[in-house]
Design a protein around this ligand. Structure first.
Ligand code: PMP
Length: 358
């Protein structure tokens, strides 16, 4: 068996510890004589899997009791609509930092007043715009951000001001990569397929006092429905939630928590950025202080050479390293599950390619 180094932006590589454990439990999980995929979601075994996953996540992220943990479907993209459906009354202030806020803006516009209060579009989203409280609209209900921009490789290092307004944040590509002060947010969401587990699960962490009954919202689009039913109003993505639980177990018991994970992630990202900055072939276009620890785009400045790099990298066992079509070049997504050796061997390959193509 040959495992490759998978630099995909998502679905992304998972910890081998998780894959091995899932494989051991494939035919008989939790002494049930069946796979988790075959279990009723109403069984005591599955309920235990879900509650254990929630308890582990609560400990890992230090989620206070006045926040609810929900498992939804519909991906990160459904949140672009669900947030305004539940919370947009007078207006939403959105900071445009790329593709995933553009999509959120488009969905918000269908549902209510949408104010794009800042944008880095004019510079192809290579930085995070800094805003002041006075840039916000007087009557808006919330500020909406995408905390880590998967395509452009930017990340908020400090949250924007949002006094008197709720803060809704898309953490799809940075959740669990570092400790998060959950109390600073009103709602956090993340598609699972980067740092949490397999595609098909969307995690939502929401302040309990925001959960409200509604006569007009469809049940499946009201967060309260999920909260009232322990995320089992309908059949949840059971196997996906089980894998998320194994990832939480890995983070707690193998990695030793999010402070440790952050240290490892900083070490990995700094190694790669330092090499790119020192190289005369590759460059990273992002404002240094806004660089992501999870997604590292880089270019050679020559499209043909970029294509050659992607092809030769694949042959050498570094896959999914092509940049997003809107940015071009390469992008190494180095989520939690990418080991340090993956970065070290990638840098060796990059050096060799640089020497051969100087
Ligand atoms: N937000 C971010 C930051 C993303 O990277 C993505 C997808 N990669 C999405 C939202 C959309 O997620 P999904 O494909 O699960 O709808």
């Amino acid at each position: 068996m040959t495992r490759v180094y998978n630099f995909s932006a998502g679905p992304a590589c998972l910890p081998e510890w998780v894959l091995n454990k899932a494989s051991e439990e494939m035919l008989d999980a939790h002494q049930s004589g069946m796979s988790v995929m075959e279990m009723s979601h109403r069984s005591s075994e599955f309920e235990d899997i879900l509650n254990t996953a929630k308890a582990r996540l609560r400990r890992l992220m230090n989620i206070p009791e006045d926040y609810e943990i929900l498992f939804l479907q519909g991906g990160g993209s459904m949140q672009f609509s669900m947030i305004p459906m539940n919370f947009l009354k007078n207006g939403a202030d959105i900071i445009n930092t790329g593709q995933w806020t553009k999509k959120a803006i488009a969905e918000h516009k269908k549902l209510g007043k949408t104010n794009v209060v800042a944008s880095s579009a004019e510079d192809n989203f290579t930085y995070i715009p800094k805003i002041k409280q006075s840039d916000l609209s007087e009557d808006s209900d919330y500020v909406y951000i995408c905390e880590n921009n998967t395509i452009y490789g930017t990340k908020y290092k400090e949250l924007p001001p949002h006094e008197g307004k709720m803060l809704m944040a898309d953490l799809s590509s940075c959740i669990l990569s570092e400790p998060t002060d959950v109390t600073k947010y009103d709602l956090i969401f993340a598609g699972a397929q980067k740092n949490i587990g397999p595609a098909g699960v969307t995690l939502v962490i929401i302040k309990k006092d925001l959960l409200k009954d509604s006569d007009t919202l469809p049940s499946m689009l009201n967060y309260k429905t999920y909260a009232d039913n322990n995320s089992m109003y309908n059949t949840p993505p059971t196997y996906g939630i089980y894998i998320c639980g194994l990832v939480f177990e890995w983070l707690e018991d193998v990695i030793g928590g999010l402070e440790n994970m952050q240290k490892i992630n900083h070490q990995k990202a700094n190694l790669l950025y330092d090499y790119i900055d020192s190289s005369s072939l590759y460059s990273n276009p992002v404002n240094k202080e806004d660089r992501s620890y999870m997604n590292v785009p880089f270019v050679t400045g020559d499209k043909e050479l970029d294509a050659k790099f992607v092809k030769e990298a694949k042959e050498a066992g570094f896959v999914n390293i092509k940049g997003h079509r809107t940015v071009g070049g390469m992008r190494a997504s180095i989520y939690n599950a990418m080991p340090l050796e993956g970065i070290e061997t990638l840098i060796e390959f990059m050096k060799k390619f640089e020497a051969e193509n100087a």
